[in-house]
Design a protein around this ligand. Structure first.
Ligand code: DGL
Length: 289
């Protein structure tokens, strides 16, 4: 029997362009699902912010997405998954899925020598998010982490190829390479855009875990378990919202969803974050007309 939630959209959040790689993989694995994606590009990166602000900003974004009445929320951001996923899960009645747990599980399954490299934002590294996830799995893993603060701004600038990004990537990978890991976690969804150079620098013998793929698989599993997969014949729509719409967003959306773009199933919108209602609380003289 069809569940009445099945036609509702899947909400996907990231602070910026990284999470679009997760949304694209969800669309590839579950092409009949409708997706609503939100990027908070006006305020990315979150990683350098305090825990209080990361919590507040992400809660504002979740409220926006929940306004679309989704059947599931995917937090396609490691930093926000590390900081506020647990409290978000507690306040929601729909499944909320982060990227860290599926990625850690896949890395644990992939490693042969028990030495795993994790590159991530400083916020994720500082919170030892992956170390804790491996512990939860009961896995004895030696984790070698490095914070890579310059990579998110490079992606947001659309600068993912050439001498400068290559040098930055090489610099961040040096200590991980020296540690002799056989598996690398791209612990920030923005780093997916650097996959070719990351693989080149690490060498073909190192397994790069594919966060979009394992996250989409886990989402698929959870929706199937709840009998909430969309069995519509038509292909799903992709609504992309951002607190700031710019050319890079349009180009990346075009590259990641070529068919949906061509068929007119993809749309890009500006999102008011925090929602307009909060602005009404401002004194009248501070409000725009
Ligand atoms: N894509 C986010 C992540 O996975 C970037 C975080 C940020 O905004 O600093 O961590």
């Amino acid at each position: 029997m069809t569940n009445h939630n099945s036609t509702k959209p899947i909400a996907v959040f990231d602070t910026g362009l990284g999470g679009l790689t997760v949304a694209a993989e969800i669309h590839r694995q579950l092409p009949h699902e409708n997706l609503v994606f939100l990027a908070d590009m006006a305020r990315v990166p979150y990683a350098s912010l305090s825990t209080t602000l990361i919590r507040r900003f992400s809660a504002e974004c979740f409220d926006f997405l929940l306004g679309h009445d989704p059947k599931a929320l995917v937090v396609a951001c490691n930093t926000v998954s590390a900081v506020s996923l647990e409290e978000t899960k507690e306040r929601l009645t729909i499944p909320a899925l982060g990227v860290i747990e599926p990625t850690a599980k896949a890395a644990f399954e992939a490693t042969r020598n028990g030495r795993i490299g994790v590159i991530a934002t400083n916020a994720t590294v500082k919170r030892k998010a992956y170390d804790h996830s491996f512990e939860k799995l009961g896995a004895h893993i030696e984790v070698f982490s490095n914070g890579c603060p310059l990579l998110v701004p490079l992606v947001e600038e659309g600068w993912i190829e050439g001498e400068v990004p290559d040098k930055v990537v090489q610099h961040y990978l040096e200590p991980i390479l020296a540690a002799g890991v056989d598996t690398l976690v791209l612990g920030c969804t923005h780093y997916e855009y650097f996959r070719p150079v990351l693989q080149r620098v690490m060498g073909e013998h190192v397994a790069l875990i594919n966060t979009p793929q394992v996250t989409a698989q886990e989402l698929n599993r959870q929706l199937a378990e709840r009998n909430e997969l969309n069995h519509a014949r038509s292909l799903g729509t992709i609504e992309i919202y951002s607190s700031d719409v710019n050319d890079t967003l349009e180009r990346v959306a075009h590259d990641l969803f070529p068919d949906a773009w061509k068929d007119g199933r993809l749309s890009i919108h500006a999102a008011q974050i925090p929602p307009q209602t909060l602005l009404h609380a401002l004194p009248h003289e501070l409000q725009r007309n």
